[in-house]
Design a protein around this ligand. Structure first.
Ligand code: SAH
Ligand code: SF4
Length: 362
């Protein structure tokens, strides 16, 4: 017997479906799979939310009439844009988006040397509790659905088109939330986003940043996921890291580094490491030396991020001399690094400042 509960009838966003899932859906409805490409392009390349002027064949129009809309199986709403803030340097824009259930998330678009990068959220809030991060300070609200992640890239793309910019080039999963805590939805979203007939951001232009969820890192390697991986480290001893990143107690530094080595052995891919520099806490030359020893033998690149201020944490960014010295110690040990440019601080769009409830105009 099939219970009503076993067959989910909850409407889904068309943006939740991968190309293959949409194809399956069409075949099951007796439609030719040839029509999938048409609909896919309208949704993911032309970024449409309704198809009034489309030259769809009658069977496709018929399918849409029966399956899309109020009390139908699928919907295609876009999140409501509740604010669009531009930084004074004009290079960063932050969007506050309200989802169907009222939750607010943030999406940032940054222009580096003409290359536009979108930074998207994967959860509303975050359960990991890093002490210096505004999202961690607000706690976990819920996972995002694949379509809600895809919709953020759509939003960024639409904004760029409207401003006469070239297409989005890069995507980073460094907004609100921990991507590997929402593994399946994130992988589905990335498959949709990287599809060449749609949003077309190739896997080599996508970076996923994790606080160090060890099972997720091993799964990325086992599944040969083709995205760049960044690991947020911040401390090179267990005690120093745990003080900043509480989940280090669950996935200790030694286990995390072992997972990185497994990942590297299986994929031969360079791993990026992120290190939020906090004056007097983790910015000394001795700490840089410990970091260099920890990364020895890996193909590693370190991104140094001077701390951005948040209400819930008293630390501050180091003086630029300390950051440069930290970088030099790494370089002397043969480890390349970059000091990340500070962007969008005036609209609270810098790393870790994404706290929707603070800035949302209700
Ligand atoms: N949850 C993932 C991705 C989102 S956070 C992760 O932690 O990796 C993206 C990056 O911003 C992480 O490296 C994080 O440590 C950093 N970050 C968070 N708060 C920050 C702050 N206040 N200043 C500078 N970097 C911060
Ligand atoms: Fe979550 Fe990343 Fe912020 Fe840590 S730094 S609380 S993992 S979003």
């Amino acid at each position: 017997m099939t219970s009503a509960a076993a067959v989910s009838t909850a409407p889904r966003s068309l943006r939740d479906l991968t190309f293959v899932e949409l194809e399956r859906e069409f075949v099951a409805s007796g439609l030719s799979p040839l029509h999938v490409r048409k609909l896919w392009r309208a949704v993911h390349r032309d970024l449409k939310t309704d198809f009034a002027g489309e030259d769809f064949v009658p069977p496709l129009r018929h399918w849409l009439a029966g399956n899309l809309g109020d009390r139908r199986r699928f919907f295609l709403d876009a999140p409501t844009e509740t604010a669009d803030l531009a930084s004074t340097d004009g290079l960063t824009r932050k969007f506050l988006l309200r989802l169907a259930d009222g939750q607010a998330i943030e999406t940032v678009v940054m222009g580096y040397a003409g290359r536009q990068t979108a930074c998207v959220s994967t959860q509303a809030g975050c359960a990991m509790g890093c002490v210096f991060c505004a999202t961690g300070q607000m706690g976990f609200v819920r996972h995002l659905l694949p379509g809600e992640i895809v919709a953020q890239v759509r939003q960024a793309q639409l904004a760029l088109r409207a401003a006469g910019h070239k297409s989005l080039r890069n995507l980073v999963l460094m907004g609100m939330g921990e991507p590997l805590h929402n593994y399946d939805a994130v992988m589905t979203a990335l498959e949709i986003i990287s599809d060449r007939g749609g949003l077309n951001i190739g896997p080599g232009r996508i970076t996923l940043s994790t606080v160090g969820v060890v099972p997720g890192i091993l799964r990325l390697a086992a599944e040969r996921r083709p995205y760049h991986l960044a690991i947020s480290l911040h401390g090179a001893t267990e005690a120093e890291r745990s003080a900043l990143v509480p989940v280090s107690q669950r996935w200790p530094l030694a286990e995390l580094m072992a997972a990185c080595r497994t990942y590297f052995a299986q994929t031969q891919r360079r791993i990026f490491f992120e290190w939020t520099l906090i004056a007097g806490t983790n910015d000394s030359p001795a700490q840089a030396e410990r970091l260099a020893r920890l990364l020895a033998g890996l193909d590693a690149h370190v991104n140094l991020i001077p701390l951005n201020p948040t209400n819930g944490y008293a630390g501050s960014a180091p003086l630029s001399g300390a950051a440069k010295q930290f970088k030099q110690v790494l370089e002397a040990a043969g480890i390349p690094s970059t000091i990340r440019q500070r962007r969008g601080i005036d609209v609270a769009a810098g790393c870790g400042q994404l706290r929707a409830e603070k800035t949302l105009a209700r």
